[in-house]
Design a protein around this ligand. Structure first.
Ligand SMILES: NC(=O)C1=CN([C@@H]2O[C@H](COP(=O)(O)OP(=O)(O)OC[C@H]3O[C@@H](n4cnc5c(N)ncnc54)[C@H](O)[C@@H]3O)[C@@H](O)[C@H]2O)C=CC1
Ligand SMILES: CCCCCC(=O)/C=C/[C@H]1C=CC(=O)[C@@H]1CCCCCCC(=O)O
Length: 261
């Protein structure tokens, strides 16, 4: 998929991994709608990107992805402003084992809603031109740990949902590819939440082991994660793919045993 003239919507695009992806998309001449809860950081991000890439190539929409009506409005506003939608990155995520219900709402329920909204605006079943959805999971879906049980559960769910939807899209000829990205530790503000009792609750006592794993496995840069994201956006062969990004193996794909006859 050549990106010039394509339109992308990135949730959680104001900082961290999302911001790195937004920058990569703009570098490739896509138009981008940044959807994020954080008004201040989002407006600052847009101002910087306008200076770097010119005004009119990106927009910022303040939106809590757990507010279904607001998320629907964000998708519609994106199509109203840029005329189409081709790429959806369901990236927004939190790490809160105290308010674990919120973690499920943001990390899984909103990814499902964002995928369905993406299909409404991109799927051939709705008379649209097709597109691609990338849902952000984590290597926590492959290496469980005592630190973040609900975060881990949500990231497992993202993979299962995305792979099932990729099958549905293929069988239903939606024309929309649905892929999953699973980074290991990435140097963003989210990573530092593992040391906070307000985020981790009783699991904060395991933070030393978590920090040991960070030292052992290394910490990725957001730009490498964005590089992997761009590969899954542009490679039209990929549907149902699960990309893993680690310090030891770099960008690679998880392989699943084929269903036995
Ligand atoms: N940082 C890491 O080590 C890893 C992060 N991930 C995943 O990558 C994704 C991005 O995480 P980071 O960039 O690290 O985090 P971050 O905290 O730096 O950025 C997340 C962005 O999402 C926004 N956000 C949070 N809740 C929201 C809501 N309800 N509605 C709209 N926007 C909301 C925040 O305002 C923030 O701008 C998340 O899904 C996270 O689980 C996956 C593996 C490792
Ligand atoms: C809230 C912070 C986000 C952290 C998300 C994450 O990816 C956590 C992953 C770790 C949780 C328990 C683990 O052991 C995971 C380590 C994943 C790194 C695995 C790298 C393996 C390799 O390099 O071969």
């Amino acid at each position: 998929m050549a990106l010039r003239g394509k339109v992308a919507l990135v949730t959680g695009g104001a900082q961290g991994i999302g911001c790195a992806v937004v920058e990569s998309l703009l570098k490739n001449e896509a138009k981008v709608s940044i959807v994020d809860l954080n008004q201040e950081v989002g407006e600052k991000c847009k101002k910087q990107l306008d200076e770097q890439f010119g005004v009119g190539n990106c927009s910022f929409i303040q939106c809590d992805v757990t507010d279904a009506a607001k998320l629907q409005e964000a998708f519609q506003s994106t199509v109203d402003q840029f005329g189409r939608l081709d790429i959806v990155i369901n990236n927004a995520g939190i790490n809160n084992e105290k308010n674990w219900e919120k973690t499920i709402e943001v990390n899984l329920t909103s990814v499902i809603k964002g995928t369905y909204l993406g299909l409404e605006h991109m799927s051939k079943e709705h008379g649209k031109q097709g597109g691609v959805v990338i849902n952000v999971s984590s290597m926590a879906a492959f290496f469980h740990s005592p630190h973040q049980p609900v975060y881990t559960a949500t990231k497992h769910g993202v993979i299962g949902f995305s792979r099932a939807m990729a099958d549905a899209s293929e069988h239903g000829d939606y024309g929309v590819r649905i892929n999953t990205l699973c980074p290991a530790f990435v140097d963003t503000p989210l990573l530092h939440s593992v040391e906070l009792e307000e985020n981790m609750g009783k699991f904060v006592k395991f933070k030393d082991d978590f920090k040991h794993r960070m030292r052992k496995f290394g910490v990725l840069t957001p730009s490498l994660v964005a590089e992997g994201m761009m590969m899954m956006i542009t490679d039209s062969r990929l549907n149902g793919a699960v990309m893993k990004i680690t310090c030891s193996k770099g960008i690679h794909y998880h392989t699943y045993e084929p269903l036995s006859a």
